[in-house]
Design a protein around this ligand. Structure first.
Ligand code: ADP
Length: 380
């Protein structure tokens, strides 16, 4: 397991923010830059480079905008950092092509409890806003800001969680291993030894899942191999089973006798399946009849499907695709990230994930993955 420093050092947090911005860079119209707490450029998106040119890495933003934007922006950036507040101001800015445009600058610091990590700087056209009613444009702008802030927060949360959770998991694993050795030397009952071994197994599985979350935010390493899909589905069911028992859910499972193998990262596939099962259990919490049906279907020559079906209320037809958007949630404590991450992971494996609904039968999620011709790698 990694050391604390490997999980949480400052450079990985910066790397996380950098990756988030790289992600946003492809989908955002406004010019965006991310500066470190000393107002030096860390990263800029394509729109920024088109408008202002490419600043040198580590160039000071106050100096860079000097003579380009009026009034000067350096002071706004310092104020936003010191006050830890998003500040907004209208500026006249001269672009690469010498045209002057009136732009709105938003300076949005991102900070942890104790210190400012950096600052997002977003420039938006004011003209394009006048075409729409003011209140709507303002609302959309606020939504985009909130989205940026949530993305930054999410990276921080995930890094923090990975750090917090992996330490106790490592400790549980070590204690359980020591206990197994002790029990064996004292020739204790085999049933007791097997129980303790299960603790080790579960700690390792949980560690896999945390490692997968780290992969999603750009930390950790992917382990790609061919694996037995049936085994991974069974392990995912084992992880969901405790909650299913608490809710008195009847869990049913069917698998073909030929055990299809899939190539990829089994911990990530497990993460998708556990997420689908957890959602299914959530959806049935208030229902009278509670059945969770998991089927592995090999009806297609090159692909295998895992269908996770519940007996909840289903999903309205019009929401079948939007539920895969990040931050789309109907739950009071939900993050709305599970399905969006799950779909990204499925696609990373050359597969697909989609939802189907049936008023009679509740919701059904289908994970389709390409079948791999190699036998499953048994080394793990
Ligand atoms: P979260 O669980 O945090 O809300 P997800 O991305 O996993 O995030 O799910 C997004 C939304 O999709 C849920 O809030 C819920 O409205 C809907 N959803 C997901 N699975 C089901 C299901 N099995 N039945 C009904 N609705 C579902």
């Amino acid at each position: 397991m990694p050391s604390v420093n490997e999980v949480m050092d400052d450079s990985t947090e910066t790397e996380t923010t950098r990756r988030q911005l790289q992600l946003l860079a492809g989908i955002s119209d406004p010019a965006i830059a991310y500066l470190d707490a000393g107002r030096r450029f860390e990263i800029t998106n394509e729109a920024f480079k088109r408008r202002f040119g490419q600043p040198d890495r580590d160039a000071n933003a106050g100096d860079f905008f000097d003579g380009v934007c009026s009034p000067a922006v350096g002071e706004y950036l310092t104020n936003a950092i010191e006050r830890r507040q998003t500040l907004s101001v209208q500026l006249d800015c001269t672009g690469e092509n010498d045209d002057t445009d009136r732009l709105r600058l938003r300076a949005m610091p991102c900070f942890t409890q104790n210190e400012v990590r950096g600052i997002f700087v977003v420039f938006e056209e004011i003209e394009s806003r006048t075409a729409e009613p003011k209140s709507k444009a303002d609302g959309e702008e606020d939504d985009r800001m909130a989205h940026l802030q949530r993305m930054a927060k999410l990276g921080e949360m995930a890094a923090g969680l990975a750090h917090e959770v992996r330490q106790p998991l490592a400790a549980i694993g070590n204690y359980a291993n020591a206990l197994t050795r002790l029990l064996r030397t004292a020739r204790h009952d085999e049933a007791l030894v097997s129980l303790v071994e299960q603790i080790t197994d579960q700690a390792e599985r949980a560690d896999h899942i945390v490692a997968t979350a780290r992969n999603m935010i750009g930390q950790g390493k992917d382990r790609v191999r061919s694996f037995d899909l049936v085994r991974v589905v069974e392990e995912s069911i084992a992880l969901a089973e405790r909650r299913a028992r608490q809710l008195d859910v009847d869990v049913r499972f069917s698998a073909p006798s030929n055990r299809p193998s899939v190539r990829g990262n089994s911990a990530q596939i497990e993460q998708i399946l556990v997420n689908l099962m957890t959602n299914a259990l959530d959806a049935m919490a208030d229902c009278g009849r509670r059945v969770l049906q998991i089927d592995i279907e090999t009806t297609h020559a090159h692909a295998v499907r895992v269908r996770v079906r519940d007996s909840g209320d289903g999903i309205p037809q019009e929401n079948l695709s939007s539920i895969f958007n990040a931050f789309d949630t109907s739950k009071r404590d939900g993050m709305g990230m599970g399905l969006s991450i799950s779909r990204a992971l499925a696609e990373r494996h050359g597969g697909q994930l989609w939802a189907e609904t049936d008023v009679e039968a509740g919701a059904s999620f289908v994970l389709e993955l390409p079948v791999c011709n190699e036998p499953a790698d048994k080394t793990e």
